[in-house]
Write a protein that binds this ligand. Structure first.
Ligand SMILES: NC(=O)c1ccc[n+]([C@@H]2O[C@H](COP(=O)([O-])OP(=O)(O)OC[C@H]3O[C@@H](n4cnc5c(N)ncnc54)[C@H](O)[C@@H]3O)[C@@H](O)[C@H]2O)c1
Length: 342
């Protein structure tokens, strides 16, 4: 089986390709990635000499590139996206471009060959919007509330329309918050782990009570392989670990795991429109894909902290680049205000 993995050198893509290379020896992988600030080709350098792996630098919105790389692929797994909610508040246009238009370009190419097996669109539980109680199931109405989640919802609706209209074998997965190795340190867990290593403050949004259903990234990867092998075209599958934690609980767990002191915490002005809680019902994935998560939060966090400890060069080179400007813009004023109000 030949799999085209778009966004394959971002966080989840990298982990997915590693998972496939070790667990599916009869699959080969082509990665198509634009190498935005979030993508690092060297993440997969161990496979450079493998005849099962190839890398193409390119944009999923570029129909010429897509029509060059997709022929011969049986499966497309579309991870490529702009993914950071905070950045979507600042620059929605790049999100609509990649997360909606990019999906259309991929689907147009995919539908030219009706022998292809699966178009797997990687989506998010954020498309349900904030759920104060209970758990979202796949038939619930979508209520995306950030430019990020709205563009992800647009992308998956478009994908499903290609199933209905053209019979393209689209499968959609809606995953909860992932964490683990190779995550760009703008996201909560790697940001706080690396800040704690550096003795920097941990800027915690609002009252720290926002709740997420945290999933270790390899659990997501096993669900995606199960969706490709056992999923039904036209079907949507929630994927999550059911391990709900507030951001404050996550922060204290990181302090403990890194041996840091709670005086690093600073409560800062909240993200605009910050959804309070996401939680998904994963019974469909459990029964139809025969999938279950395996890594509990404590184990996953220890693995993650150890990885960032052992790979300081990876994140330090990121934090010394474009990231510095981003961090200043996001947090300087927030941290100053928080110090003033202490
Ligand atoms: N991280 C999470 O917790 C989470 C949860 C649910 C769903 N998802 C979804 O999973 C997917 C992967 O997320 P991630 O956290 O690995 O993201 P990421 O930001 O770490 O990586 C995104 C990758 O896509 C590439 N990319 C961006 N725009 C592109 C374009 N136009 N053409 C080609 N490549 C492009 C980037 O270079 C990068 O390698 C996304 O679709 C995201 O919406 C993520």
């Amino acid at each position: 089986m030949r799999v085209l993995v778009t966004g394959g050198v971002g966080f989840i893509g990298t982990n997915f390709v590693k998972y496939v290379m070790s667990n599916r020896p009869d699959w080969s992988v082509t990665v198509l990635d634009k190498l935005t600030y979030a993508g690092r080709q060297e993440n997969l350098s161990e496979f450079e000499n493998s005849d099962r792996y190839s890398f193409v630098k390119g944009d999923i919105c570029d129909a010429a590139v897509v029509s060059r790389v997709m022929p011969g692929c049986d499966v497309v797994v579309n991870f490529a996206a702009e993914t950071h909610v905070d950045r979507s508040i600042d620059d929605p246009a790049s999100f609509v471009r990649t997360d909606v238009e990019g999906v259309r370009v991929l689907l147009e190419e995919f539908k030219k060959d009706n022998t292809r097996k699966v178009f797997l669109q990687i989506s998010t539980d954020e498309v349900y919007g904030s759920v104060e109680t209970g758990r979202s199931s796949e038939s619930d109405a979508l209520d995306p509330r950030s430019p990020y989640s709205a563009s992800k919802a647009g992308g998956e609706l478009l994908a499903m329309s290609y199933f209905t209209t053209f019979g393209v074998p689209v499968i959609i997965t809606r995953a909860s918050n992932n964490y683990g190795p190779f995550q760009y340190p703008e996201k909560l867990i790697p940001l706080f782990i690396t800040n704690a290593f550096q003795g920097e403050k941990l800027p915690l949004y609002g009252d720290g009570g926002n709740m997420r259903d945290w999933m270790f990234v390899t659990d997501h990867c096993s669900a995606l392989v199960a969706a490709i092998e056992k999923g039904r075209p036209g079907r949507i599958y929630n994927v999550g670990d059911g391990q709900e934690k507030t951001n404050k609980e996550v922060t204290f767990a990181i302090l403990e795991a890194t041996g840091s002191d709670s005086d690093l915490i600073r409560f800062v002005e909240d993200r605009l429109g910050h959804d309070r809680r996401y939680a998904v019902d994963v019974s469909r994935a459990a029964s139809e894909l025969d999938w279950k998560p395996e890594i509990d939060f404590e184990t996953g966090l220890a693995l993650t902290v150890n990885w960032y400890r052992a790979n300081a060069q990876w994140w330090q080179s990121i934090k010394s680049g474009e990231f510095r400007e981003y961090y200043k813009k996001m947090y300087s004023a927030r941290l100053e205000n928080s110090e003033r109000n202490q």
